[in-house]
Design a protein around this ligand. Structure first.
Ligand code: CP3
Length: 364
């Protein structure tokens, strides 16, 4: 597997390469590509039906089912990219940290890692056990061929470390920050070990057919800019660069990151994910126009009347101003009670949006 060549060249006419991958690389597209964070999930009846018979982890570990869930969601919505159905925490298991999803509580890691000894005991030699994710990607890639972009993903070192240390979700990240401040060497060792596993995991996904890798640093907004620089930036940058060296663009995403965007872009990620708290054009300016951006509708706007929803969607598209390198998405994931028809309506709005030429202020 290791020696398989990667196809890195994207042919450069507007019809070649998927619209989504082209936008990641800031190449011109016929229209703005669109997909949604958590597009396969509990808001969709088809997913709920499968969940009646399987746990979340069972779905992830059975490539036929994971591929079916991925494909059904992408086709039902008519989006331009399919994100592989998996979970951020899967790499914890081969590292020696079992976890469970408790109903209503989210993930629970049974033995949180809080000491140097516990970090030293983490394994980095079993990433191939995540091969089930690669097999699901192969199935999705065989189904969609070049029609849709296929997104593989992993957690960023900081966000995954926070789950390992806190033992689940957290409000204040006290244990995580304690390790950073009190035992920086152990913190670095933990991030190094995570990078070793995540690199192998991303390579499996790329070789299986992922066109793009999204790195979720969902909880990095808990850090001040100084702490981001001191404790998270280097690890993210190393992971971004090594995934890019595999021949695919990288999307680097976080929430409540308005104060971190310039630094996040300095990792060199091709695309930066924006949440909804800042207008898209301001976020893009902070990121720099040398990067593409993804976002940034508030997921709860999907509960608004269609006229309000349309105004918000158009506002974002107008803020992007026809500049190459915008991927329409939410600022964070779709929540469970979201009406599916409103998600479909957003796809239609993005597809039909035409920027009035006189409105465009960018000279190509
Ligand atoms: O369609 C997709 O987006 C692909 C599937 C996907 C899942 N998790 C499936 C899932 C993706 C991309 C993830 C990533 C993930 N997992 C993240 C990063 C994304 C983000 O939201 O910032 C995080 C933080 C996790 C960890 C996680 N998994 C949590 C906190 C929860 C509980 C959330 C809740 O609302 O209960 C999960 C469970 C989970 N992962 C669900 C799904 C569809 C819902 C639970 C279920 O089906 O039982």
């Amino acid at each position: 597997m290791e020696s398989q060549p990667l196809i890195t060249a994207v042919p450069d006419t507007i019809l070649d390469g998927s619209r989504f991958v082209r936008a990641c690389l800031r190449r011109p597209v016929d229209r703005t590509p669109v997909w949604f964070l958590r597009q396969a999930g509990r808001y969709m009846q088809e997913y709920r039906d499968i969940r009646k018979h399987h746990t979340l982890v069972e779905i992830c570990k059975q490539p036929d089912i994971a591929a079916e869930v991925t494909i059904t969601a992408a086709e039902k919505l008519g989006v331009d990219a399919a994100i592989i159905f998996a979970d951020l925490l899967l790499p914890l298991e081969p590292m020696g940290l079992p976890f469970e999803f408790m109903a209503g509580e989210g993930p629970v890691v049974h033995h949180p890692v809080r000491t140097a000894e516990a970090v030293r005991a983490l394994r980095t030699d079993r990433a191939d056990e995540l091969g089930y994710v690669a097999r699901a990607i192969q199935k999705v890639a065989a189904h969609f061929r070049d029609h849709l972009g296929i997104i593989g993903f992993c957690g960023a070192p900081f966000t995954l470390a926070s789950y390992m240390i806190e033992g689940g979700g957290s409000r204040n990240y006290i244990h995580t920050k304690q390790m950073m401040y009190r035992d920086p060497l152990t913190w670095r060792l933990l991030l190094d070990k995570l990078i070793t596993v995540l690199e192998q995991y991303c390579r499996l996904q790329v070789l299986a057919g992922a066109d793009v890798i999204q790195i979720f640093d969902s909880w990095v907004g808990a850090l001040s800019l100084t702490d981001y620089r001191e404790y998270a930036f280097d690890a993210s940058k190393r992971l971004v660069r090594s995934v890019q060296a595999m021949g695919v663009p990288v999307i680097y995403f976080g929430v409540e990151t308005a104060g971190l965007l310039t630094e996040m872009a300095a990792t060199g990620a091709d695309v930066i994910g924006l949440d909804w708290r800042q207008p898209l054009d301001e976020g893009w300016k902070a990121v720099g126009h040398g990067h593409a951006v993804q976002g940034n509708l508030d997921p709860i706007t999907l509960f608004a009347p269609l006229e309000v929803l349309e105004r918000r969607v158009h506002e974002i598209l107008r803020a992007a101003n026809g500049r190459p390198g915008h991927i329409f998405n939410l600022g964070h994931g779709i929540v469970p009670t979201t009406p599916v028809e409103n998600v479909q309506a957003v796809v239609k709005m993005v597809r039909e949006f035409q920027l009035n030429i006189e409105e465009t202020s960018i000279i190509f």
